[in-house]
Design a protein around this ligand. Structure first.
Ligand code: SF4
Length: 188
């Protein structure tokens, strides 16, 4: 290795000389998140549902675009106690990514092209299709004449980050429509 100094040999030397680098490393780590807002959330990748803390820079002024600078495991979580797996630790790249979809896209029947539409248009299209599907498939009575009020031609599927609160709202929504088929990966 000659005269070159490896990171390991540098650390061994500084430790031998009595320098403790831990405070300097801790200070550098603190600087990165010292001015951030912390938001608690859940890793979206799998059903373990690890809790995360999202660090965002930006003073919440109307003309300031906030930016996520760091995401880490939530030490207060009884699920993961501050840890994240190799997939969860890459979450920042999931959030801050130029290829991330942030606007609804629509592909018309028979078309191979996706076009950008507004949220209003997307919600209108979904509401129209749900209404039409319900009008076609709603069953008030079964074959024996018993009241069932069910909708067998619509189903709902949930994701691993659906919280109790979201699932509560989804249940209200599906019971209101009569949807009986519902599957969810959530373990929260
Ligand atoms: S950090 Fe890993 S184990 Fe935890 S929820 Fe995300 S993908 Fe699953």
């Amino acid at each position: 290795m000659g005269d070159s100094v490896s990171r390991r040999s540098f650390l061994l030397t500084t430790t031998a000389l009595g320098f403790d680098l831990k405070p300097a490393i801790a200070a550098a780590r603190e600087l990165k998140i010292s001015r951030t807002t912390q938001t608690h959330s859940v890793c979206p990748y799998c059903a373990v549902g690890c809790s995360v803390v999202i660090h965002t820079l930006g003073d919440k002024a109307r003309n300031v675009q906030p930016s996520v600078v760091h995401i880490e495991g939530d030490p207060d979580s009884p699920i993961n106690r501050g840890t994240l797996c190799s997939k969860g630790i890459s979450l920042k790249e999931f959030v801050v990514n130029e290829r991330r979809l942030t606007r609804p896209l629509y592909r018309a029947p028979g078309s191979s092209a996706w076009t950008r539409i507004s949220w209003e248009e997307a919600l209108d299209k979904m509401a129209r299709r749900i209404k039409d599907t319900r009008d076609r498939g709603f069953e008030e009575k079964d074959a024996q004449g018993r009241t069932v009020n069910r909708l067998p031609n619509l189903a709902l599927i949930g994701g691993c980050t659906d919280t109790n609160e979201i699932n509560y709202l989804i249940s209200k929504f599906r019971f209101g429509l009569g949807i009986a088929a519902y599957e969810n990966q959530a373990r929260l």
